[in-house]
Design a protein around this ligand. Structure first.
Ligand SMILES: CCCCCCCCCCCC/C=C/CC(=O)SCCNC(=O)CCNC(=O)[C@H](O)C(C)(C)COP(=O)(O)OP(=O)(O)OC[C@H]1O[C@@H](n2cnc3c(N)ncnc32)[C@H](O)[C@@H]1OP(=O)(O)O
Length: 288
């Protein structure tokens, strides 16, 4: 049973309103998400954790809870997006993994894995409307979806190596599945962030949009492709293609969590994160 309220309306109207943000369409129990549904049971899930949608445990838990609800209510498709026209998602909340207790880091990472299991393995089609930058965990969130449409002139990629830690092996596999072994190796070892057009070239995103409105139109177009495809057959094919990674993460969730916590807790890694945070602050200071 759903514990929150969805606004039901025609998808066109819904998308137009969502794009213009003139009307607040949804009330619910979420602090960091807005969830709308249209008459065809398509959900638009908008992350709204200002300023940059960094993924703390609270936001991840909310995403996880929405995904459960969308399964239970037999949602027919989902568009994942951001309130911001500058940042889709800035990755894991660096402050939550910096100098935190191992148990807090573990909870955050384990919740990310839970989101992966539900989003990557969802029975309904999923598309990310990436309206801004998507570094690290932001890119990962996009990769959990089936299709990515990205607004031009932003950056996306897995820059974990720049922060001093490596992407866990399931993420490496996901990158390889998406852009191929050679491109993935070059990108991951250098912590490369791709511009939107470079991302399209390597296949990290599937389409480019000139703005949010076009991103939504294209996302809608992707979901409409499946209107005539029997959902059962579609889902069976999706699950069979994703089973290996899903099983790996489901079975080894604890092991991956422990590995991530040990890595992040290393003194050298904490030092790298501190230096990275300093850099981020300096960049901001110099920009002003
Ligand atoms: C296939 C199987 C999968 C199995 C699952 C496995 C899952 C494993 C996943 C593990 C891999 C994923 C791991 C990811 C690690 C991370 O995500 S670490 C986070 C890395 N993020 C970044 O490097 C991004 C850093 N931020 C930026 O580059 C910029 O902020 C921006 C481009 C996002 C936005 O730039 P701008 O608009 O100019 O804003 P800023 O002034 O820079 O920032 C505003 C404000 O936000 C704070 N902030 C930015 N990013 C974060 C963040 N990630 N966490 C927390 N806070 C952040 C920034 O400090 C500013 O704050 P103040 O205003 O100074 O207070």
């Amino acid at each position: 049973m759903s514990s929150y309220v969805y606004k039901t309306t025609r998808r066109g109207v819904l998308l137009a309103k969502t794009v213009s943000y003139q009307v607040r369409l949804c009330s619910g129990n979420f602090r960091h998400l807005e969830v709308l549904k249209d008459e065809n049971n398509v959900a638009i899930v908008t992350m709204k954790r200002a300023p940059v949608n960094s993924l703390n445990t609270e936001l991840l838990t909310e995403i996880s809870s929405v995904l459960t609800d969308l399964e239970e209510t037999k949602c027919s498709g989902m568009i994942l997006t951001s309130f911001s026209d500058k940042v889709f998602c800035s990755g894991l909340d660096i402050y939550e993994i910096f100098k935190s207790k191992p148990s807090a880091i573990g909870t955050s990472f384990s919740t990310l894995l839970e989101v992966f299991i539900k989003l990557y393995g969802s029975t309904f089609p999923t598309v990310a409307a990436i309206t801004g930058h998507a570094p690290a965990g932001g890119c990962v969130l996009g990769l959990f979806c089936e299709y990515r449409i990205m607004v031009q002139n932003f950056k996306i990629g897995l820059n974990e190596d720049q922060l001093g830690f490596n992407a866990p092996s399931p993420i490496v596999k996901l990158m390889i599945n998406t852009i191929g072994h050679r491109n993935a190796e070059l990108a991951l070892t250098s912590g490369r962030l791709f511009t939107t057009s470079q991302a399209l070239q390597v296949g990290l995103v599937d389409e480019i949009a000139k703005d949010r409105t076009e991103a939504f139109e294209k996302a809608d177009g992707f979901l409409r492709r499946f209107e005539m495809i029997p959902p059962l057959a579609r889902n069976f094919t999706k699950q069979s293609m994703r089973r290996a990674l899903l099983q790996d993460v489901t079975i080894n969730r604890e092991k991956y969590t422990e590995g991530f916590v040990s890595m992040i807790s290393l003194h050298e890694v904490q030092q790298s994160i501190a230096a990275y945070l300093d850099n981020l602050k300096n960049k901001k200071r110099n920009a002003h």
